[in-house]
Write a protein that binds this ligand. Structure first.
Ligand code: FHN
Length: 481
């Protein structure tokens, strides 16, 4: 298994950068479509209430918490700069030795209610929790594995406590689940023999059992976010990914599932061989975002991006000085960028082994949270505006209200708004304080919004009231919902 880590990591990077997914999003003409048994379950965006809630939430937090938080990127005195949750691979630690970390799992500062309060204050509408990462350690007492919280000094069902605490604060819970499992000897990277096939089928049954267990134990879960699904073994078993999507949707009506789970009959991932999105939303934008001018095609489907605060640390790493760490402002800009293109954004947190969060993460949660408190109206329930991007920042939109989220104030103090044909700007108001701004139409479909002369400080929002006369052929109009 070990010697495969490197190639897996390269492939994983391709998946993470979305190269694999993006290449496959060219839709074939209907008469040339290839018949598929395990392709997309549906064409176009899902429009039911659960999906609308997923979309309207827009802003979420990711929690990567597992045994890797204990060494925090250091093994036998050496600091590894790769992602902390991959330390087992970087330091070539055998599975049985790695899993001995369970004896040290005792997060005495863990307080689910405090975590939920922090999330609420940050303004996130949902939290994605790693139920099980690649290492195989389960945050719930799974009866199908010996590597769970129940077998640690801590003993308690962490996942159960978190689901309850977040739900009590009105926050949706999504489950991250890694199919690839380094603790299970039946896992295979490829199927090359009858023995591989038998072992891998046992593994798929084990995975089904764990998924059913999660769905039964925690029925309020709103979403399953699959990871560790890039190996040839899984691509050769596209039927299984389609089966999992159906199984979970039958067990939990309304549940949403990410595209990363899926492979079709020919092993195509995210988008099937006919170019149709599989699962309910595209999930390949990891630590990067679509270009706001060139990549507008993403507004045709639902999508969710996720990002780390340092360059590439998901689990807790004790030394953040090894890479660039984004400022709260940079994180905020990425959230706004995603929403402006009709996507969701999930910001990752890697709690410490003692159950507390590092100071940088607490500070970020505070700063982003106070901005959301003032301007969250321009994020939640908002999406793509249909207007061409301008240098001052990003637009988001909810019906006849367009929000200008301003990151760069031009020297002129005037914000250019170029509208699409038929869309008329009625007024412009500073969201903070409610002051009406002067609007001058400069040429057809172009306006200048004059900012007040006082210093503006943090990114701020101008709310535009617009009216749309008729659809004048805006090709992304469908994306406005
Ligand atoms: O290998 C994982 C990584 O540790 C992390 O969980 C991210 C989150 O999107 N997913 C994988 C890489 O794509």
């Amino acid at each position: 298994m070990k010697n495969k880590f490197l190639s897996i990591f390269f492939f994983l990077t391709l998946c993470a950068t979305g190269v694999v997914a993006q290449k496959q999003s060219q839709v074939l003409p209907a008469d040339l479509e290839i018949p598929l048994r395990y392709g997309a379950e549906r064409l176009g965006k899902r429009q039911d209430a659960a999906m609308r809630k997923f979309r309207d939430n827009r802003f979420g937090a990711f929690i990567h918490w597992g045994l890797y938080a204990i060494p925090g990127g250091e093994w036998n005195g050496k600091i590894y700069s790769g992602a902390a949750e991959w330390l087992k691979a970087w330091a070539k630690v055998p599975a049985d030795e790695w899993l001995k970390l369970m004896d040290q799992w005792n997060p005495t500062k863990f307080n689910a209610k405090e975590w939920a309060k922090m999330a609420k204050k940050m303004g996130v509408k949902y939290v994605k929790i790693t139920t099980k990462h690649h290492e195989g350690f389960c945050l719930w007492p799974s009866k199908y594995s010996q590597y769970t919280v129940a077998q640690t000094p801590y003993k308690k069902d962490i996942l159960g406590e978190l689901v309850k605490a977040y739900n009590d604060e009105g926050i949706d819970v999504h489950f991250y689940f890694s199919v690839m499992d380094w603790s299970n000897p039946d896992y295979r990277y490829d199927i090359r023999s009858e023995e591989d096939s038998v072992a891998f089928n046992r593994f798929l049954t084990f995975t089904d059992n764990q998924l059913k267990e999660l769905a039964i134990r925690y029925p309020t879960v709103k979403d399953f976010w699959f990871d560790g699904t890039w190996d040839t073994s899984i691509k050769k078993n596209g039927w299984w990914t389609a089966h999992v999507e159906r199984m979970l949707k039958e067990m939990l009506p309304g549940v949403t599932i990410n595209s990363r789970l899926r492979a079709d009959d020919y092993g195509q991932r995210h988008f099937d061989s006919n170019g149709h999105l599989m699962g309910d939303y595209e999930s390949a934008y990891e630590r990067r975002l679509p270009d706001p001018v060139k990549d507008l095609k993403v507004t045709r489907w639902d999508w969710e991006a996720c990002m780390t605060i340092p360059e590439n640390q998901w689990g807790y790493h004790k030394d953040w000085s090894i890479s660039y760490v984004k400022t709260p402002l940079e994180v905020l800009e990425r959230i706004v960028h995603a929403v402006s293109m009709g996507g969701n954004m999930v910001v990752n947190f890697g709690p410490q082994a003692d159950g507390d969060f590092r100071p940088e993460e607490k500070e970020l949660a505070e700063t982003v949270g106070s901005w959301m408190k003032k301007y969250g109206e321009s994020i939640y329930g908002c999406g793509y505006s249909g207007l061409p991007k301008q240098d001052w920042g990003y637009y988001t939109r909810k019906g006849d209200e367009i929000y200008m989220i301003v990151f760069n104030v031009p020297y002129s103090g005037k914000l250019v708004v170029r509208t699409t044909k038929g869309l008329q700007l009625l007024n412009a108001i500073m969201m903070d304080g409610g002051r009406e701004l002067e609007v001058a139409e400069t040429t057809n479909n172009e306006y200048n919004v004059s900012l007040p002369s006082q210093k503006l400080g943090e990114p701020f929002v101008v709310k535009l009231k617009v009216t749309e006369k008729a659809d004048k052929g805006n090709k992304y109009k469908d994306a406005l919902t």
